[in-house]
Design a protein around this ligand. Structure first.
Ligand code: NCD
Length: 467
């Protein structure tokens, strides 16, 4: 099977079977690095890093050099025509006409999807704002798999900034797909965003148990544990666990502790940064003396700041430098597959999470509420039409196709009525029973009453403010 011409924008772009096959190819390539030289001879990779990067950029570039290909790069929007007001789409079209594959890191959430939509060549997301970082997730999973032989049924604790950490967001969905249990241990104030939790619980089949942080755990150890995702896939002790016995279950051991730094560059205000800094705790030797960490893999996507003590570097449980080193063979395997110079056989086909939701796409009406979304940042350029998956009708819930933020819009109307089947153009509360009668293809969704009225609609009885 070939992955040629495909892009990797979110971790959902790869099925479990494809991830496994990619790991087999990585095994093969890391055992014979020198023999891979020449595989990508004559191919060009564009490396576009519009946010700071050491590991991701240099490991991608090393990977392409080791495959015998060439690299062109841009590292700062100020040095490109984006600074002159060029749209991402135009840049993507142009770079796609020079290079055979594009790797992009960008501060806007959904930017990699826009580039993939317009480039005409495979695009790899090397981090789009706080959204996702799928190749870091491949490095994380590959490291765990090498150490534990499987991901299924493991207990993986995520620690630190779970709100803005893009590596955490892609890792959550990957772990859920691969049927691991996830322990959420956020620094207070940096909990996993609600839209990530919603997607996790509605699409991956497991259950989420919430805890009052500290209430169920020892004062030390995983004291900030606030929720556990229990996979449906393994007949694991956790699944039968009443809340009270969590202490006991945790003492049986956590398989990996994934530590992250505070993503200061994404904090809304300087105050948020200051407050968080005070609450951020450090993973050190003392903490790792707790029984639950006896055999735990200590992981970190790096760079670290103060949240992971250097005294752990020589500890055999520490995996973070290994994670970074594995970035080269993983990315060599990925580039070769997307360029079609290698093929893979998929060990088994699996059921992927649901993606066939009806789409909502109009040139007016509702916009993505996430200010960091590419569809908001580039709305001036007009070529990005806001587009949403209708992931639920009761209550009406939309998910932006670019940044994946989910939200419940307030007002709706129908294009059938609008187009004259009914005499009057009325809009309704999105939560009214009328709203649910509108077929997805006829839905018109508004952010506000004033917007509905600006488009010639009047409030109906089903707009509560007008009852
Ligand atoms: C991560 C990133 O850029 O999201 N770094 C990386 O790519 N290894 C994590 C981070 O910056 O904290």
């Amino acid at each position: 099977m070939t992955l040629a011409s495909r892009s990797l924008v979110t971790i959902d772009d790869l099925s479990n079977g494809e991830i496994e096959a990619l790991f087999s190819l990585t095994d093969e390539m890391s055992g014979s690095m020198k023999e891979q030289f020449g595989l990508c001879r004559g191919k060009v990779m564009a490396s576009l890093f519009f946010e700071p990067s050491t590991r991701t950029r240099l490991s991608f570039e090393t990977a392409m050099h080791r495959l015998g290909g060439s690299v062109i790069s841009a590292v700062d929007t100020k040095a490109t025509s984006l600074a002159k007001g060029e749209s991402l789409a135009d840049m993507a079209r142009v770079v796609g006409s020079y290079a055979d594959i594009i790797v992009i890191r960008h501060p806007w959430e959904g930017a990699a999807k826009v580039v993939a939509d317009y480039a005409g060549v495979p695009v790899i997301n090397a981090g789009d704002g706080g959204h996702q970082h799928p190749t870091q997730t491949l490095c994380d999973l590959y490291t765990i798999k090498k150490e534990r032989q499987t991901i299924k049924g493991l207990k993986i604790a995520l620690w630190g900034d779970l709100k803005y950490g893009r590596t955490v967001h892609s890792l959550i969905f990957a772990l859920a797909k691969l049927e691991a249990n996830i322990l959420f241990c956020p620094t207070p104030g940096l909990e996993v965003p609600e839209h990530v939790i919603k997607k996790l619980t509605t699409e991956y089949g497991g259950e989420l148990e919430k805890y009052e942080a500290s209430a169920q755990t020892s004062e030390k150890g995983l004291s900030s544990l606030d929720a556990i995702y229990i996979t449906p896939g393994s007949p694991h002790q956790l699944a039968m666990m009443p809340n009270v016995s969590i202490q006991v279950e945790l003492k049986r051991g956590v398989d990996a502790l994934y530590v992250t730094r505070p993503q200061k560059e994404r904090f809304a205000t300087a105050e948020e940064g200051q407050e968080v800094e005070e609450r951020y705790s450090t993973v050190d030797k003392k903490l790792l003396k707790e029984k639950e960490f006896k055999r735990t893999l200590i992981m970190h996507p790096l760079p670290r700041v103060d949240e992971l003590a250097c005294e752990l570097d020589a500890d055999p449980r520490s995996m973070y430098f290994k994670q970074a080193a594995l970035g080269v063979p993983i990315r060599m395997a990925l580039i070769s597959l997307l360029l079609g110079v290698k093929e893979i056989s998929i060990p088994h086909e699996d059921s992927s999470p649901r993606t066939d939701y009806p789409l909502y796409k109009r040139g007016f009406g509702v916009k993505c509420p996430n200010p960091r979304c590419v569809s908001v940042q580039e709305s001036e350029v007009k070529y990005i039409k806001p587009e949403f998956k209708i992931v639920n009708s009761k209550p009406l819930t939309l998910r932006c196709v670019y940044c994946e933020h989910g939200f419940e819009p307030k007002y709706v109307a129908s294009s059938e009525w609008h187009e004259g089947t009914l005499a009057e153009k009325k809009y309704h509360s999105a939560q009214s029973h009328w709203a649910r009668k509108i077929k997805p293809e006829n839905l018109i969704i508004f952010d506000s009453e004033s917007e509905a009225e600006a488009h010639g609609f009047k409030p109906s009885h089903y707009t509560p403010e007008h009852r």
